[in-house]
Design a protein around this ligand. Structure first.
Ligand code: GAR
Length: 209
């Protein structure tokens, strides 16, 4: 089983769906640790309740971004994860950090990338008059929300939607997509080739369902 570290900053609902999926027998991944940059993150208690080790690295306890990341990197050196899943981790990783775990970091972003990277993504989708929205799991590279797309799921945008109602609808499909995407990557059904995530035909069929 591939060892996965999940990074969170908040409620951790995506982390929880990953952790629950990993409880299934024959699942190709297990959550080795949950790392948060916020001691107040609600996801920490949820992880602990499942018996998953947690670590907190508050940015304000370090003099600068480099020192903060160095502390996280040394924890990762101990844990030796095969994969890192960002799940509502609201901090940009530096190029140096990403290079240390090149091709091993996944992120979920609540838009149909490459549309609406970054913050306020739901309001921007509504303002643009989008009729569908969704989420993307992608491999993390230096550019924010720019790496190779592994999987996406779509939902309708309703005329009555606010950023909050749209975010809630997108979140329901995030919870389906992220565990599936993690499984496909962990079992080797998705590989990186020439800067693209290439999916086997059977995995592509699963993603299309
Ligand atoms: C999710 O919607 C996730 O896609 C988003 O934050 C939420 C976290 O919820 N991530 C980003 O916006 C990353 N830029 P959760 O803590 O309940 O999983």
């Amino acid at each position: 089983r591939k060892r996965v570290v999940v990074f969170i900053s908040g409620g951790g609902s995506n982390m929880l769906t990953l952790a629950r999926a990993c409880e299934a027998p024959d699942w190709p991944a297990e959550i080795a640790c949950v790392i948060s940059d916020k001691a107040s993150a609600g996801g920490l208690a949820k992880a602990a309740a499942l018996g998953i080790p947690t670590r907190v690295f508050e940015r304000k306890e370090f003099p600068d971004k480099a020192a903060h990341e160095a502390a996280i990197l040394s924890a990762l050196d101990e844990i030796r994860p095969d994969l890192i899943c960002l799940a509502g981790y609201m901090r940009l990783l530096s190029a140096d950090f990403i290079r240390r775990h090149e091709g091993r970091i996944l992120n979920i972003h609540p838009s149909l990338l490459p549309l609406f990277p970054g913050l306020h993504t739901h309001q921007r989708a509504i303002d643009a008059g989008m009729k569908i929205a969704g989420c993307s799991v992608h491999v993390v590279t230096e550019g924010m929300d720019e790496g190779p797309i592994v999987a996406q799921a779509a939902v309708p945008v309703l005329a009555t939607d606010t950023a909050e109602t749209l975010a809630a609808r997108v979140l329901t499909v995030e919870h389906q997509l992220y565990p599936l995407a993690l499984r496909l990557v962990a079992e080797g059904s998705v590989r990186l080739e020439d800067g693209r995530a290439v999916t086997t035909p059977s995995a592509a069929a699963e993603l299309a369902e």
